[in-house]
Design a protein around this ligand. Structure first.
Ligand code: CP
Ligand code: NVA
Length: 308
């Protein structure tokens, strides 16, 4: 295994390290904009993070850029078509070239394999900024949000309601690594990928997959959902039809624990996966969650660059 600290997926990093990164995220948040010297990786002032986007982004783009600056480093932001990648240069060659300049690379891409190819050929840390398979940085921010609103995640109950998508996959990894119960309610046709289901079974994680949202949310500390149509999905009308019974509304929130929180990685589509009243209601912590991308990513970057 490589000694490079890639942040590709939560299943690849040991539980103690992940806990350390999450603790660092709490500390980063408490420290605010001016990150104390002891939390900054050595030599960060000379480090540059390259960010590459094959698809749109608001939160990931801006929070990573600002996270790196607050740590004292610098960034270069590239869209796919800014690179020769858009004209057919291979990801392997791109990885080797960028590794000669940059100190870390964050990639948001369509196919997860592109991320793995980049990491295979890069000699600097590679960070997953979302793929069709997973979104690990999001879940570190979500765990930070859960812990500041509810308390330590270990032993708690979370329900994922809706599409068994990339964000759900990273929640499944997290359940195993951080020791909480996760119930995933989704239509059969939109179940999480078999590879992830097999992995949680092998890990003996407390993850159950069901079709009934009412059953999934009973007594949970947190309900999470996400858009019904992810970037790259082409079957929007079919998905909307299948997912209608999975909308998070006030009636569903009432079935969770009394002080349960509502989370959504955003962007949200009111009237589809969540009602206006839940999204804007007192149990919703979605904007704390968005803010926490910044703090969680400062911790992830600090770990990748040798600190933490
Ligand atoms: N939640 C999230 O990743 O948002 P962006 O697509 O705006 O980065
Ligand atoms: N599942 C969504 C998350 C967006 C942040 C997507 O992949 O488009």
């Amino acid at each position: 295994p490589s000694a490079i600290r890639h942040f590709l997926d939560l299943d690849e990093i040991d539980a103690r390290t992940l806990r350390r990164i999450l603790n660092a995220a709490h500390t980063m948040k408490a420290a605010g904009k001016r990150v104390p010297v002891k939390l900054r990786p050595k030599g960060i002032a000379d480090d540059v993070l390259v960010l590459i986007f094959e698809k749109p982004s608001t939160r990931t783009r801006v929070s990573f850029d600002i996270a790196m600056r607050q740590l004292g480093g610098q960034t270069i932001m590239l869209n796919q078509n800014d690179l020769q990648l858009g004209r057919g240069e291979s990801i392997a060659d791109t990885a080797r070239v960028l590794s000669r300049y940059a100190d870390a690379i964050m990639l948001r891409c369509n196919k997860h394999k592109t991320l793995l190819d980049l990491a295979d050929h890069a000699s600097v840390p590679v960070i997953n900024g979302l793929t069709d398979k997973s979104h690990p940085c999001q879940i570190m921010a979500d765990l930070l949000t859960f812990e500041e609103s509810v308390g330590p995640i270990k032993g708690r109950k979370v329900a994922w309601v809706g599409d068994g998508n990339n964000v759900a996959a990273s929640w499944m990894h997290a359940a195993a690594k951080f020791g909480f119960e996760l119930r995933v309610a989704c239509p059969d046709e939109l179940r999480p990928q078999e590879e992830i289901v097999d992995w949680v079974q092998r890990e003996k994680a407390n993850v159950s997959i069901m079709t009934d949202p009412d059953k999934a949310v009973r007594g949970v500390d947190c309900i999470v959902t996400d858009t019904w149509v992810s970037m790259g999905d082409t079957d929007a009308s079919r998905r909307k039809q299948l997912l209608k019974p999975y909308a998070v509304n006030d009636a569903l929130m009432k079935k969770a624990a009394k002080d349960a929180i509502f989370m959504h990685c955003l962007p949200a589509y009111r009237g589809n996966e969540v009602t206006e009243s839940v999204l804007e209601g007192p149990q919703s912590v979605v904007f704390d969650e968005a803010e926490n991308r910044l703090h969680a990513q400062k911790a992830i970057l600090a770990w990748c660059l040798g600190g933490v």
